[in-house]
Design a protein around this ligand. Sequence first.
Ligand code: HEM
Length: 395
Amino acid sequence: MPTDVVSGPPAGLVRARVHDPYPYFAWLRRNAPAFEERRPGRPSVWQISRYDDVRSLLADPRLSKDPARVPGYVPGPAGLNRHLVHADPPDHTRLRTLVNAAFIPRRIAGLAPVVTDTATRLLDELEAAAHIDVIADFAAPLTFRLICTILGVPDHLDTAATRDTLMASLTHDTRGHEGDLHPLLDALITDKRAHGPTEGSDLLGALVHARDHGSAMTEEELRSTAYLLLLVGHDTTMNLIGNGTLALLRHPDQLDRLAADPALTTTAVEELLRYDSPVRDATFRCAAEPIRLHGRTIAVGDIVSLLIGSANRDEARFPDADRLDLARRPNEHLALGYGPHFCIGAALARLEAALALPLLIERLGPVRLAKPLDELPWRPARVMRGLAALPVVRC
Ligand code: HEM
């Protein structure tokens, strides 16, 4: 899609940003903290890069989350955009309340044995392997298994093929290319309708029940919510484990520190969230009112991209922001968002990382990257930052 960039970061930084967005972000923070990409005939896209601006705009009601305000703009696969991420109050409040109960910290804490068992089983299978892909062999199956447990996805759909279908919807321009997504959601919802909600973890069953026995949500909202939860429920945490493992391999002193002192795990997880944030840019927002920022005016209908990954490296907020420090305190990063759309899965993401990362480090033993750093395959997703593969070799 041609974009008329009036003046902006050097082309080299723009080209390199999928692999390494941090020099690009630093340029924006320094030179254009509210950077406008003009697009002829279409609303501008603004990139907001400083911590204070990103934090206050994440909670600013002048920014709408409703894509219908931008004519012709479809942020995700057709028919699957009516979920809480793309809603303002009162719809947002209604939809968030329906899923919230499944993610309250007390319920999530009860999943600790499932996390540990699943991680241990996956690592047992890798016991004798010399070459390991931390994403395909560990982070992806672990995080997908867990979100499937919470949602109550039946075993025959808790598969690598289901995961691939979901992931393809992130990296493709999905309009008209939804592929197997809709049949997959049909199969899931039909299964839930046939069996009714079950005891224990079955958020999907509960949502189908709420849809069918009241006016809690429309069919499109049900399908969109199922899609959203399946996707963000694992892709994000998979990226945290992948990006986090890579950061540790690149900083052996910090890796040794964590291995020697498990009490560091809590601050380590927060620092890994900050250092290479799995959700690099906040999700869709557009101006519902004009907004003045750094001498510029964001016009009604313009799209606003809040660069979480940049905010989390802002030296005005984090001393020595480009340094990985697993004991960093305070660490008020924005990796899980801020304000009314703060991540619903925060407790789950933290639990998974806090249990899985130390186990992974211990059971892998000494490893090195199997590829040079600049050849690692980063996925060119719109909002996320994550590796397609993280190949390592046992030393
Ligand atoms: C390390 C892992 C995770 C990270 C970094 C992360 C990050 C985020 C961020 C930044 C937001 C706010 C987006 C915005 O305001 O534009 C968000 C919202 C959300 N996250 Fe997460 N997330 C993670 C894990 C999860 C998990 C495991 C789930 C489970 C289903 C989840 C479900 C959601 C949902 C449903 C929202 C939308 C909340 C709303 O709009 O009210 N996330 N997440």
